[in-house]
Design a protein around this ligand. Structure first.
Ligand code: DQA
Length: 158
């Protein structure tokens, strides 16, 4: 049985590729699946069932994550955009649904505005955080979460 992963993207990430390419690059969310071959070979669909969700709306994202819990989704990859730094509601959601997740940022948020972007309200609930690798970060996160869930001997395993 393949794992089922949901890749969640928050506000403004639907415009990836067009939005401030000097910060976020020229690739879009549609370019992510092609990167997975690097880590999984051509038969990634035998290992992971991937679904993508993007919304500019905080409540809609929370609804989708609650739905993922009902569906029994195995893992989340989340780039919540600016909601990372501001949304206690999203953090509360991730705290209770108990779906393992990796927080992703395209840019290296730690090299950006200290007052705002160095804070993540979500990070304390994440299995890990990947930032600064562009859209490759999503593929790294998917691989990382897959290996983590697949290895029950991992000392970090919940
Ligand atoms: C981002 C970083 C956030 O600070 C910003 O608000 C975004 C994108 C990133 O992927 O680098 O929208 O999450």
């Amino acid at each position: 049985m393949p794992f089922s992963f949901l890749v969640v993207n928050g506000p403004n990430l639907g415009c990836l590729g067009k939005r401030q390419p000097e910060i976020y690059g020229t690739k879009s969310l549609q370019d992510i699946p092609a990167l997975l071959d690097k880590f999984f070979g051509p038969n990634v669909q035998d290992m992971i069932r991937l679904e993508f969700y993007q919304s500019n709306h905080e409540g809609a994202i929370i609804d989708r994550i609650e739905q993922a819990r009902e569906e029994g989704v195995d893992g989340l990859i989340i780039n919540a955009g600016a909601l990372t730094h501001t949304s206690l509601a999203l953090a509360d959601c991730l705290a209770w649904v108990q779906i393992p997740f990796i927080e992703v940022h395209i840019s290296n948020v730690m090299a950006r505005e200290e007052q705002i972007r160095h804070t993540t309200l979500l990070g304390r609930y994440a299995r890990g955080i990947i930032a600064g690798f562009g859209i490759l970060g999503y593929a790294l996160a998917i691989k990382g979460l897959y290996e983590y869930l697949n290895d029950s001997k991992n000392p970090l395993h919940a």
